[in-house]
Structure formats: C-alpha cells, structure tokens
Design a protein around this ligand. Structure first.
Ligand SMILES: O=P(O)(O)OC[C@H]1O[C@](O)(CO)[C@@H](O)[C@@H]1O
Length: 502
C-alpha cells in the first residue's frame, strides 16, 4: 500500500496565502484539454502536493494499472473481467475495439432501418432501463437533445408505475418503439416495466408489440428468449460496466435522437480525453489532478462529501449521473486484495444546478461546519435564445460563488454575518456544450474515478454492495424473506396479513 505520510505532513496554507506566495499559481493549477478549461487554483493543491501525489501514484503503480486497463487485462479482478469502456470509443485492446466497432455498426444499421420505417412509423422512443442503463443515456438526451426534434424520447427507470403512466398519457402506442436496456437482462424493474409497455401496446391493439422492441444488452440470449428478434438485439461486451456503458448500445436513444454523426462526435471527444489520460504526465493530466484534489480533501482534510454544481440547465442531470459513477465505483470498504481499506473511500457525491442551489444549499457551503469541496461547471457559449444578460449573469454567479467561498469575510462584531472563507472549489469551464465536449467531460470523470480507486487500492469496477437489498426484495416479492420485526410490520401494514405471524 502506498505511503500517505508525506502528503499528510505537508503544510496547510490558506488558499489566499497560496495565491500570494506563488505568482505562477494560476498557470500551474489550470489546464486546457478537449475544449474544457480546468481550474484547480482555488483548491489547496500545490506543486509540492502534486509531486507527493505523483510519488504515491508511483507506489500504487498507477501507470502500470492504467496500461493494464487499456490493454484489456482483467483489472476487474473480483469479476475476472477486462474493463472495456474505452474500447467503445476506439481506445484500448485491438480485439475489444474491433468488437465494439462491429456492435456500433449493427446499432447504426438498426437506426437506419428504423428511420426508413422498416418497423412501421416511429415517433416515440420509450427507453426502459435503470442505473447505468438509464442515467447515461438520459444525461445525453437531456443535455444535447433540444435541437433535435425527430423523435420524442422518454427514459423510464423507476418501477413506480407512475413513471410509465406519465409516458403512456403522452405517447401513441402505435408509433412507439420500446428500447429495453439492461446489461444483464434480468433487472427486476426493467423487466417489469418492459412487460407493462408490451401490455399497454397489446391493450391498444398494436398487432405485433414484440416487433417494435429493440434490446440493448450484454446478454443477447436472454433478450431473444424474452421475445426480441435477434435482428433487433444490439449487444455490448461484458467488460463494459453498467455505469460506463453510455458509449455502447446503451446509448441507443441518444444515437437515434441526435443522429449517428453526433454519437460519433461524443465517442471522439471521449477518445481525446482517453489519449490525454493515457499519455500525459500526471502533473498535467486532468483526471489525475482531479483525483489528487479529491484525495487530498477526503484523506487529509476528512471531507465526507463533494458537490458538483452545473451552472447550465443542459447539465442538470450530471450530478445524479456522477452519483452513480463515483459512489458505485469507489464506495467500497475493502481493497482489491479483500483487506479492509482502513481509510475513507469515495466521498458522498451530491450537488445541483446553479443558480438555484445558491438559494437553497449554499448557506451550508459558506458558513456550515462541513468541509465540502465544490465543483462549478459552466459553459461559455450560451444554450438559450434570451438576451445575453441571462447567460452573463449565470456565469458571473458561478465565478463569484467560488471567489466568495475562498475569500470569506471577517466580521468581529457579528459572528452570524462572518464568512470563514478558505473553502475550496474547482471550476470546469467548457467552450461549448456539444457532443464532443460532453464526451470528453464524461471520460474525464471516469478516469478520475479510476485514479481515485488505484490510489486507494480498491477495485472501482464491481458493485456487490447492491446485491443484498435486491435479493431481499426478490424474496419479499415471493412472499418469503427472513426479516426483522420492524420490516415484517411494514410489510403487514402495506399489504395486510396474519396478525400472529407478523
Ligand atoms: O443494466 P442492468 O443489468 O439492468 O443493471 C442496471 C444497474 O443495476 C446495477 O447493477 C446496480 O443495481 C448497476 O450497476 C447497473 O447499472
């Protein structure tokens, strides 16, 4: 295990003192990659700290593990699998890249056929999936879909029937295409929702509902068994993790809504970030620097959360996308060798949209007792059509909040009105929000998660923590389950039952 003592022993200066001590600080702590300006100057990272992290990365064999991931070695050791999401964008093991390319070609051909109305007229795309099979595509469609009105796309994840009810009210069953998205093709919520969509189509007199289904999955046999014709099953590789899968056929709703050219742009933007991550020295490597800042705050300053705020409505789903990516990947308690980690792992990711969040949660950020590293995301080119004051105001708010968090304001006469300052934030400023830049941004987060995982000695690519709850819910659905008195009572209250047994 890597030795953290050098980093822990470094002096902890206030942010303003760091700026005063080093006129080159801004230059040293900013980076421009793939249309994104990264600014870590208002974090406590210093050149000495970055050098210490580079040493820690060496001790953790980050370079070797990074190469192992790209080369297709089974770095997901607990599941004995390679990690192949970079192959989806053309980077990595040549066999994986070729296979991903073949699946993409299949997806493209299917989209062409749908557009040519080979399965009848299609106006609505109803994508059912959950977790990684929904959050990524949803983010893409929400962020980039506004200018593309060819299809009306709905993404439904929750097993709560209200989610489907809302869509049934506005979609026409005769012109709806159902996309069933599930890596395993066994997830309860998704399969239940898919069956309800079929029943809705049948109930409306649609002649061959299964003929209007596309399945995107790493388990094609299960999709065929469920009733989808092989020609409408688009597979992806087992090595593509659910929360890393938007680049694969799981991205189907984005590819059909935005068009194939845009989907390719997305992949190319991500590939540009892949190359940057793979080839740049760590002190000028965006995902590595992002992870170093994360680790400084979680390991040395004991921050328990981190909060990205999107100062752009188009990125409003990014915080929830990042919650799965970061917490499902690095919310672990044991090392890759199965030993207790012995230090905090992933912080709790939360966040929101600016400026709304300023009027709701920023009080705690400015004066509360928790240290929360904040991340501002903003886009220089406006997405709206309103007078430019709106966008200018939006961006200036983001920048001013970062400044206020750092500077604070003393008020010896009135502590309630004093701001301690020295509160860290980073800023990611995108030139524009297009498919290419969004691809690069998401890939940046993926690699940052990887660096965090390597330096903590954990496997970022499994998610066994979600299994127990699923298992118990399945047992309860079958009327079984070995529950405690509280849970038995809740079940009885909701569904009735024998007083003596409950
Ligand atoms: O794509 P699937 O197999 O339906 O799984 C959906 C999601 O469920 C999880 O396994 C967690 O329950 C996620 O990792 C995954 O993204």
């Amino acid at each position: 295990m890597a030795d953290w003592s050098t980093i822990e022993a470094l002096p902890q200066e206030r942010l303003e003192a760091l700026f005063a001590a080093d006129p080159a600080r801004l230059k040293r702590l900013t980076l421009d990659v793939a249309g994104i300006h990264f600014d870590w100057a208002k974090t406590h990272l210093t050149p000495e700290m970055i050098a210490a992290f580079e040493q820690l990365a060496k001790e953790s064999d980050l370079a070797g593990k990074r190469e192992a991931m790209f080369s297709g070695a089974h770095v997901n050791v607990t599941e004995d699998r390679p990690v192949e999401h970079t192959a989806e964008r053309g980077e990595g093991n040549p066999d994986s890249v070729a296979r991903a390319g073949a699946y993409h070609a299949r997806m493209r051909a299917l989209i062409d056929a749908i557009e040519a109305e080979a399965f009848g007229p299609v106006n609505h795309i109803l994508h059912v999936g959950i977790g990684g099979s929904a959050l990524g595509p949803h983010l893409l469609v929400d962020a980039l879909g506004r200018d593309f009105d060819r299809y009306d796309v709905a993404i439904v994840s929750n097993v709560d029937g209200m989610a489907l009810d809302d869509v049934f009210e506005r979609f026409d069953p005769a012109t709806t295409l159902l996309v069933v998205a599930s890596k395993t093709f066994t997830t309860t919520e998704t399969m239940m929702n898919a069956e309800s969509v079929i029943a809705w189509m049948e109930g409306a007199g649609v002649e061959d509902p299964y003929g209007r289904v596309v399945a995107v999955t790493a388990a094609p046999d299960k999709a065929i068994e469920w009733g989808v014709d092989e020609t409408r099953v688009v597979p992806f590789g087992e090595g593509v993790g659910g929360r890393y899968s938007l680049w694969s056929s799981i991205g189907f709703p984005a590819a059909i809504k935005l068009g194939w050219d845009q989907f390719e742009e997305l992949l190319e933007g991500a590939a540009e970030m892949d190359r940057h991550f793979r080839l740049s020295a760590l002190h000028e490597n965006a995902p590595a620097l992002g992870a170093f800042a994360d680790l400084y705050y979680t390991q040395v300053r004991h921050a328990e959360t981190r909060a990205p705020f999107a100062y752009d409505e188009r990125l409003r789903l990014l915080p929830s996308y990042l919650q799965q990516l970061e917490m499902e990947s690095n919310g672990k308690g044991v090392t890759i060798d199965g030993k207790p980690v012995g230090r905090p792992t992933a912080p709790i990711t939360w966040g929101g949209v600016g400026t709304d969040a300023q009027h709701a949660v920023f009080q705690l950020l400015h004066q509360g007792t928790h240290l929360v590293p904040v991340e501002f995301l903003a886009v220089i080119e406006a997405g709206d059509t309103l007078p430019e004051d709106h966008h200018k105001n939006l961006l200036l708010n983001a920048f001013a909040q970062g400044a206020a968090l750092m500077k604070g304001r003393a008020n010896p006469d009135d502590p309630a009105r004093a701001y301690p300052g020295d509160r860290p934030s980073s800023t990611l400023l995108l030139d524009r929000l297009d498919a290419r830049t969004l691809g690069a941004l998401i890939a940046f987060y993926e690699h940052r998660v990887f660096v965090n995982g390597v330096l903590l000695g954990i496997n970022s690519f499994d998610q066994f923590g979600v299994e127990l709850g699923k298992e118990m819910a399945k047992a309860a659905a079958k009327g079984g389950g070995d529950f405690d008195p509280s849970t038995d009572d809740l079940i009885k209250r909701a569904f009735g039952g024998d007083d003596d047994e409950a």
